[in-house]
Design a protein around this ligand. Structure first.
Ligand SMILES: [Mg+2]
Length: 241
């Protein structure tokens, strides 16, 4: 058996960045009526999340790689995130970014901040020669689930064992499922509301500075505990095979 590790799974849009890059992009460059209609259909599960993303990209006017690059570099990150990364590395914890957004902007925004060794998993966006807009690809889609284009739950299960202490940090609907497989949840926005409504234990946070403070309290009290809720979720997933 490997030594239990503390592993962090962190959402990107609206968690590491202050605003949702993916959503703003379509509001800025897409046909707004069509965009809202597609978002409504995704929410009603009339189309899968991956079909939804593809439909959203089809509403775009032509855009070059440079224009898109300039656009995404307007987005700021939480300025306490770099110190959080230092904290994680000082403690020898592991961290993975899991995003139902796109590598195109995650890569550029992290690079701009000088963050080059942070492992991330996401959907991907490809500009191929001659095309007038990028095409989305979904390498981590779960074939049986319609709700997310990137299945964060599968990634959390793949990268952690039942003995690890897992921590989830996120804000959106694509975090709701995966977070419940982790021992600790830090939540804001939609994820926070979901935890409230469904009586799932969580810590609220606004920025990563607050996450560090709370973690310090938990670690100092030596009260790190596995979550029964998360263990049950994992067990029932393994039973499904
Ligand atoms: Mg998010």
């Amino acid at each position: 058996m490997t030594n239990p590790q503390v592993k962090f799974f962190v959402d990107f849009d609206g968690t590491i960045t202050l605003r949702d890059v993916g959503a703003q992009f379509f509001i800025e460059y897409g046909d707004k009526d069509k965009v809202w209609d597609i978002i409504r259909r995704i929410r009603n599960l009339e189309m899968t999340a991956a079909e939804g993303w593809s439909a959203l990209f089809s509403t775009l006017n032509s855009i070059t790689e440079q224009e898109l690059s300039d656009f995404v570099l307007n987005f700021e990150i939480d300025d306490t995130f770099p110190s959080f990364l230092n904290y994680i590395s000082d403690k020898n914890f592991e961290i993975y970014v899991v995003s139902d957004g796109f590598d195109f902007y995650i890569e550029r925004i992290l690079n701009r901040e000088g963050i080059t060794n942070l492992p991330y998993f996401s959907n991907s966006l490809i500009f191929s020669g001659g095309a007038d807009k990028p095409v989305p690809h979904f390498p981590y889609k779960d074939e049986e689930c319609r709700k997310c284009a990137f299945c964060k739950r599968n990634k959390v299960i793949e990268l952690s064992s039942d003995d690890d202490i897992t921590v989830y940090i996120g804000n959106g609907s694509s975090d709701v499922c995966a977070a419940q497989y982790c021992d600790y949840i830090f939540a804001k926005d939609t994820l926070l509301k979901y935890c409230e409504t469904n009586r799932i234990t969580y810590y609220p946070f606004d920025d990563f500075g607050q996450v560090i403070n709370k973690l310090e309290k938990i670690l100092n009290k030596k009260r790190v505990k596995k979550s029964n809720q998360a263990a049950l979720k994992r067990k029932s997933l393994y039973m499904q095979g």
